[in-house]
Design a protein around this ligand. Structure first.
Ligand SMILES: *[C@@H]1O[C@H](CO)[C@@H](O)[C@H](O)[C@H]1NC(C)=O
Ligand SMILES: *[C@@H]1O[C@H](CO)[C@@H](O)[C@H](O)[C@H]1NC(C)=O
Length: 145
């Protein structure tokens, strides 16, 4: 289990080492002097949760070298906390779509793989910090296995 959790981090290191044109996968620390609110459960179909989940999938795609794009397939649990904006904590699944990375980038138009040799799903935990009034999204944590 633990070995699997570090898989994604390793992918990122490899990508960085080979200087592929992917985003640097260092995750950001939320340095807030503000006392955070208590995390509370939020509906998994809340528009803010859906946006945070999409952002998680986009970061996942930026951090892996799969030829296909992955997209959020199921949000199992969502929490939100007020910290200079909103911090979403998501337990979700991400699955491989039929869209290739070098083609379509709009995940809305990407269906999931149905070919059994190509279907793949990861369980992920992510923390996304959103400053709604600045439309700013920051991925604080992304762990997938
Ligand atoms: C993914 O990479 C693209 C292209 O470099 C970038 O514009 C986008 O902000 C990145 N998204 C995330 C969530 O890291
Ligand atoms: C499923 O994908 C594999 C690997 O790409 C391919 O060889 C096979 O023909 C595909 N099967 C179908 C039914 O499309």
């Amino acid at each position: 289990m633990r070995a699997a959790w570090v898989l994604l981090a390793c992918c990122c290191l490899v990508l960085r080492a080979t200087k592929e044109p992917f985003e640097d996968c260092n995750l950001h620390k939320l340095n807030s002097g503000v006392k955070p609110g208590f995390p509370k459960t939020i509906k998994t179909n809340d528009p803010g949760v859906l946006q945070a989940a999409r952002h998680t999938a986009e970061r996942f795609n930026n951090c892996t070298n799969d030829i296909f794009l992955f997209k959020e397939s199921h949000i199992k649990r969502a929490l939100v906390q007020i910290v200079k904006g909103l911090k979403y904590m998501l337990d979700m699944e991400i699955a491989r779509t039929i869209c290739k990375k070098n083609g379509q980038r709009n995940l809305d138009n990407c269906d999931f793989q149905t070919n059994h040799t190509l279907t793949q799903t990861f369980s992920c935990y992510s923390e996304i910090w959103v400053i709604p009034w600045l439309h700013k999204f920051t991925v604080l944590v992304l762990l997938c296995h």
